[in-house]
Design a protein around this ligand. Structure first.
Ligand code: F6P
Length: 537
């Protein structure tokens, strides 16, 4: 691998300073550095990747054994080595497929749970499963991390398809979250879904207990209006939820990859089982593409290689995800967990340090809002932020087509502006037109220069349908996988979240005055002191 990283470094040196716009002297540049799959187009031509660079990046996938690792994942090998687990979220979206783990067929269980979810979702939607006060009007999903971000993102994304009860999400242990959410809801017509793979997560269990107490004030049998999504079935029984409303999944579904199964129940209730099937079908279509297409025509592989080029070769520490799609407002947060919890690792599979920096910081906001906030830095700041634009060719509001035209125009214009920039001469003309002359013209002109050469990619899709959303999410999941394989890390554990959780357990008693302040540093002691005196009034 090292020789390939060295070759990529040399390649980076040799193309440094080459204007991106110059690459388009080749009329075939755009199609040659784009890939189409399942009706979507991923254009990475506005990056400094050329044919030589791409060939080297593809050799990286070969050296890392990507094809073998991919098969190992799809066929149920225990590739999450630090937890001894298979990684099979792909099985959830391909219920007609065949997969075994250690010789045991996992698919009958997948199909049975999906059928139970369908039946329950239909009952809730039709009113056949009512609350004490009649048909369910509101569903509250209580979960955090992977048990929240996926369904919360997707429920918003697919708003045009909602024809079920309203769906709300509570994640934060901050009482403000559940208090604000429950305010105005009728406990007699509310269904609470407790979503937690482990059923031990302190935020979720605290919120679930609060929701149960809220419901118990008005509902005779509050447990009847609770459902649970978990792989810890014994713990759901301890909480008092009838097994008929418990939807289980196996340990081979990672939290941040879990929205395709029971964790997606709130989405299924919102849009209906048939559209949920379309969402699954989109994911499965992207799986089939990822598994079969050669690297140079493989969308997830190319998305990953663009990421590797920018983060691990050129050293850009962050990347921005910029959906020009208001309904994808939660996508950046969702991708933060997917990418940063998966690839924010400091050791390789064998426990040695990685050869390159691992996952970059992922952030973003929908366009055009971001344009009026942080694009200043992206265009003129001193750090390069590779941008990942995404946009639908068509919106869902035919009467507002002129809005969509403006949205599209902005998305396309931003990637063009980032690439092309504005030269000092052009800026001088603008300053002169504004009436500046002499030294002041020169000074003013410099503030109006855009360096350009800022790389971006664009994913364009026909319309944000359930199927397309499934494709996009699976695309990003596989991108994470490919990057993880190249970096030699385990994308499927998350040991880095443990320490803070452990320390919170020892700090909490200090706040209630029950604990002994052993091993407390001066800063933490000072902060505790402030809280105590503020609380004492
Ligand atoms: O703390 C991190 C994490 O374990 C995530 O990986 C997971 O998605 C989240 O917490 C919630 O976990 P659970 O579904 O077990 O409540």
């Amino acid at each position: 691998m090292q020789d390939l990283w060295d070759a990529l470094d040399a390649q980076a040196q040799s193309v440094k300073g080459r204007p991106l716009a110059a690459l388009f002297a080749d009329p075939a540049r755009a199609p040659a550095f784009s890939v189409r799959a399942e009706g979507m187009l991923f254009d990475y031509s506005k990056t400094n990747i050329d044919a030589d660079t791409r060939a080297l990046l593809i050799r990286l996938t070969e050296a890392a054994g990507l094809a073998e690792c991919r098969e190992a994942m799809f066929t149920g090998a225990r590739i999450n080595e630090t937890e001894g687990r298979a990684v099979l979220h792909t099985a959830l979206r391909n219920p007609d497929g065949a997969v075994t783990v250690d010789g045991a067929d996992v698919m009958p269980g997948v199909r049975e749970t999906l059928a139970r979810m369908r039946a329950f979702a239909d009952e809730v939607r039709s009113g056949a499963y009512p609350g004490q006060g009649g048909a369910i009007t509101d569903v509250v999903n209580i979960g955090i991390g992977g048990s929240d971000l996926g369904p919360a993102m997707a429920v918003l994304a697919l708003a045009p398809y909602h024809d079920g009860p309203r769906v709300h999400f509570v994640s934060n242990v901050d009482g403000a979250h559940i208090a604000d959410t429950l305010k105005g809801l009728n406990p007699e017509t509310t269904l609470v879904i407790v979503a937690s793979k482990t059923f031990t997560t302190i935020e979720t269990m605290t919120n679930a207990a609060t929701a149960r107490a809220w419901m118990a004030e008005r509902v005779q049998d509050p447990g009847d209006q609770f459902a649970a999504l978990s792989s810890a079935l014994d713990k759901t029984a301890d909480f008092g939820i009838d097994p008929g409303r418990v939807f289980g999944f196996e340990d081979w579904v990672g939290g941040r990859y879990s929205m395709w199964g029971p964790i997606g129940l709130s989405l299924m209730i919102a849009i209906g089982p048939d559209r949920f099937d379309d969402f699954l079908a989109g994911g499965a279509a992207m799986d089939a593409h990822f598994r079969a297409a050669p690297p140079a025509e493989n969308m997830p592989v190319l998305l990953a290689l663009v990421g590797i080029w920018h983060a691990q070769v050129l050293g850009h520490a962050t990347r921005a995800v910029l959906p020009y799609d208001q309904r994808l407002a939660r996508l950046p947060a969702y991708l933060q967990q997917l990418e940063m919890e998966s690839n924010g690792k400091g050791v390789t599979m064998d426990g040695t340090p990685p050869l390159r920096p691992t996952g970059p910081v992922v952030w973003g906001e929908p366009g055009t809002n971001g344009q009026h906030a942080f694009y200043q830095l992206i265009h003129q700041g001193t750090q390069v932020v590779p941008c990942e634009f995404m946009v639908a060719a068509q919106g869902h509001e035919p009467d507002l087509a002129h809005h969509h035209r403006l949205l599209l125009a902005n998305a396309l214009a931003q990637s063009k502006a980032l690439m092309r920039g504005r030269s000092l001469d052009e800026a001088r003309e603008i300053a002169a037109d504004a009436g500046f002359t002499g030294a002041e013209l020169e000074r003013q002109a410099r503030h109006r220069v855009f360096p350009g050469n800022r790389p971006s990619t664009t994913l364009i899709y026909p319309q944000l349908t359930p199927r397309i959303l499934g494709q996009i999410i699976a695309l990003y999941e596989h991108r994470v996988f490919v990057e993880g394989v190249i970096l030699g890390i385990n994308s499927y554990d998350q040991w880095g979240v443990e320490l803070g959780k452990e320390l919170a357990k020892s700090v909490e008693p200090l706040l209630s005055g029950d604990g002994v302040a052993a091993d407390i540093d001066g800063s933490t002691a000072q902060l505790l002191g402030f809280v105590r005196s503020a609380q004492a009034g």
